[in-house]
Design a protein around this ligand. Structure first.
Ligand SMILES: [Zn+2]
Length: 248
C-alpha cells in the first residue's frame, strides 16, 4: 500500500522562477528539458545549479582539468541556449568523489535564498536502484534546503546572502528521475528541442553512446505515456514542500 500525500499537487505551470539543482552538468536536460522548455515559453525564468565538477565522465583523456571544465561549460551553455536557461551556477564538488553532504546542503541553501525560486527541480533521492551517490546526495541536500530555506536561524554557506534574505514562498518541489511520478508532462511539442539540447553534451559521450542515449530517452518517453494520448512524456513527482516531512 502507498499512502499518498494529503496536500494538493502544486501547479508547475504557475512557476515564475525555477531553480534546477543537478548532480552533473547534463541531468536537468536529460530528465526534464522538455517540461523546462515549456515552462520557459510559459514565462518562467530558469536557473541551473550543478553540484559536481563532472570531471570523471569526460571521454577525451588528453585534456587538462581546466580544458575539460571549459569544454563542459561550452556544452552546457549551448544546451542552455536551446532551453532558455537564464543563468548557470556551479558548486564544483568532486564528481563521484568524497565530499561532505552537509556542505552541499549549506551551498544549496545559499542559492535557494539568493535566487528565491518558487519551484525547485532535482533528482528523486529515493529512486529505487539508484546507484550513483552524487544523485542521491544532490536530491537529499536539495530537499533539506527547501525545508529549511525559511528558517533563517539555519545558516547557509554565505552570511552575506543570509543577511539580506527575508523569506519567500516555495510552492513546489519537482523530482525527476523518479519511478513514482504523479505527473507525466506532455513534452511532444518540445521533443526536438530537448534532443537538440541533449546532443550538446558531447564531452561525455562518444557518438555511438549519444545515439544510444537518444534512443533510450525516446523509448522511456514513450513508455511513460502509455494510454495518455500523447507521444513523448517526462515523469515527474511534484510535491508541496510540506509533503517533504513526516509523510503529509
Ligand atoms: Zn548525473
Amino acid at each position: 500500500m502507498t499512502i499518498e500525500t494529503i496536500l494538493p499537487t502544486p501547479d508547475i505551470f504557475s512557476a515564475k522562477r525555477i531553480l534546477c539543482i543537478q548532480p552533473h552538468y547534463d541531468d536537468n536536460d536529460i530528465a526534464a528539458a522538455g517540461i523546462l522548455k515549456q515552462l520557459q515559453q510559459n514565462g518562467a525564468e530558469i536557473f541551473y545549479l550543478t553540484v559536481t565538477d563532472d570531471l570523471m565522465g569526460v571521454v577525451d583523456d588528453t585534456l587538462s582539468p581546466e580544458a575539460v571544465t571549459e569544454t563542459l561549460k561550452r556544452d552546457q551553455f549551448a544546451a542552455g541556449k536551446i532551453i532558455g536557461v537564464k543563468e548557470q551556477y556551479w558548486l564544483g564538488y568532486p564528481d563521484a568523489g568524497k565530499y561532505d553532504y552537509f556542505d552541499v546542503r549549506l551551498d544549496v541553501l545559499k542559492y535557494i535564498r539568493l535566487i528565491q525560486p518558487d519551484f525547485v527541480f532535482t533528482p528523486d533521492p529515493w529512486l529505487t536502484y539508484e546507484g550513483h551517490r552524487d544523485h542521491i546526495q544532490t536530491g537529499l541536500a536539495t530537499t533539506e534546503a527547501v525545508m529549511f530555506a525559511g528558517l533563517t536561524k539555519i545558516a547557509s554557506s554565505d552570511p552575506e546572502v543570509d543577511s539580506t534574505y527575508r523569506g519567500h514562498d516555495i510552492l513546489g518541489v519537482v523530482f525527476y528521475y523518479t519511478r513514482e511520478p504523479n505527473t507525466i508532462a506532455d513534452i511532444t511539442q518540445n521533443w526536438d528541442e530537448k534532443i537538440a539540447a541533449v546532443r550538446c553534451y558531447q564531452a561525455q559521450f562518444e557518438p555511438d553512446d549519444m545515439e544510444m542515449l537518444v534512443m533510450a530517452l525516446d523509448m522511456k518517453s514513450r513508455q511513460v505515456t502509455a494510454g495518455a494520448g500523447f507521444e513523448h512524456g517526462e515523469p515527474l513527482k511534484v510535491l508541496h514542500p510540506q509533503a517533504l516531512h513526516c509523510g503529509f
